[in-house]
Design a binder for this molecule. Sequence first.
Ligand SMILES: [Zn+2]
Length: 445
Amino acid sequence: MKKNYAINDFNGKIIMLYGLFLLLSISIYGQSQSSENTIINVDWDVCRYYPSPNSHKSTIKAPDHIRQKIANGGGGCSNFIVNYNGFTPQAEAAFQFAVDIWSNSIESPVPIRVSANFGPLGAGVLGGAGPASFRTVSGSGFPANTAFPIALAEKLTGSEIASPPATTSTDIIATFSSTANFYFGLDANPPINQVDFVSVVLHELAHGLGFLGFGTVPTDNTGTPDPNPPVVGVLRNQGFLSPWDIFIENGTPTAMTSFGDPSAALLSEFTGNNLFSNGPIATSQNGGVKPSTYAPATFSVGSSYSHWDNSTFPTGNPNSLMTSSIAPGEAIHNPGLVTLGFMEDMGWSICGGSLSVKELTLDTIEVSPNPFNSSITIRVSNNFNDDYNISVLDINGRVIFNETEKPINGSIAISNLDELESALYFIKITNKNNGASITKKVIKN
Ligand SMILES: [Zn+2]
C-alpha cells in the first residue's frame, strides 16, 4: 500500500442537515487506497450551545497581554482565514476579535480556515461548530486508531491537507443563529438580556479546533436519540477515537475506552455525572484535580460529554467558557488555562510557551511588589493546596532565605526582608507536589 502523504487516506466532513432542526453532524468516510470511497455517516450534533435560563452579569476579559497585542495589531501564533457568510460589519468585527484571542492562544504553522455562517438553528440554539473533517496521522508518537480534527492534524504534520479538488481545506465550519439576541460589542459588557457574541464565537471555535469527543448516543437524522430514550452509548466513530476520547475516564478511574462499544454500560458512564479528563496538563492547570466533563443523567445531544461540567465551572469561573450554556449578561473572553491545558494534552501547542506540568508559568505565579522593600507576596492561581518551596538567592547564588509553605487564600508572604542589601536577587519557587519550578529576578530597594 503506497501512501503519498503523512496523512492517511481517511477523510471526513461535516454535513449540514436541514430538517426539523438544522443539525451539525459529522460523518466520517473511509477512503480506501484505491479510488473507491466508502461513506459512513454517524450523525450527531457537535454543540447545541444554549443560553442558560437565568441571566447573570459577569465579565471576564481576554488576558491583558492578548488585549495589548490585539490593540497593537500584533500577529498571533496562528493565522486564521475566515470566510464570512451573512455577517454584518459589527458581527464580523466581533468574530474577528474572538479569532484574534484564539490566534494568540494556540500555535500552528498552517493557516486555519474557517467557514463562518449565520443561519437558522434549532429553537433556542445560539451556535454550533465543529471540525470540517477528522484525519488520522501516521508516524511515531501519534496514537493508532485516532482521528484528529483537521486543524490539529495540519498543525501536527506541519502541512496543509488538501480536500480535492481544492489544494487546501476548510478546517472549521461554524454557524450562528440568525434570530438570537446577540450583543456584538467587544468590551465584555453585554446587557443583562443579551448573549455576548464574542463569547459564543470563542466557544464554538474551541470545538472547531478539537474540543469535542466522539462519545454520543445513536441518533436519527434530526439529531433525536434513536431510540428515545437511548439504550446504548457509542464511543468509536467508524472504529476511530478522537484525541479527546483517549483522556476521558470515570471517578474509579476507568477509561471510557475500556467499556464495550456500543454498550449500555457506556451510556450509563455518559449519564453518570462522574466523568473527568485525565489530561495531565489540564489536570495540573486545574490545581491537580481532574476537570469534570458534563455528564447529566439524561443524555443531551450537543451538550453531554463534549463540554466541561456546568456546576464545576459555573458562570464567572475563569474556566467556564467550555461549559454547555452561557447566561445572558455573561461575557467570557478567555479560554481559561484548564481548556488550554487540555488543548495541549490533545496535541496543540500554546502560544507563548507550554503549560506543561514541569513548569510553573508566568500566568500562574505572580511575585509582588518588585522592587520590594520589607516583604514579598507570591500569588498562585492554581494548585492552591500544594506545598511550595521558596528560596531567595543573591547574585552569587548564596541562599538568603529557604522555606516551604502552603498558600493561604492563594498567597504566600515572605516578610522581614528589611535588612537585605539593596541589590538584585533571584527568587526560586518550586511546587513540591509536582516538582515544577520557576525563578524570577527581584530587586531590593
Ligand atoms: Zn459547545
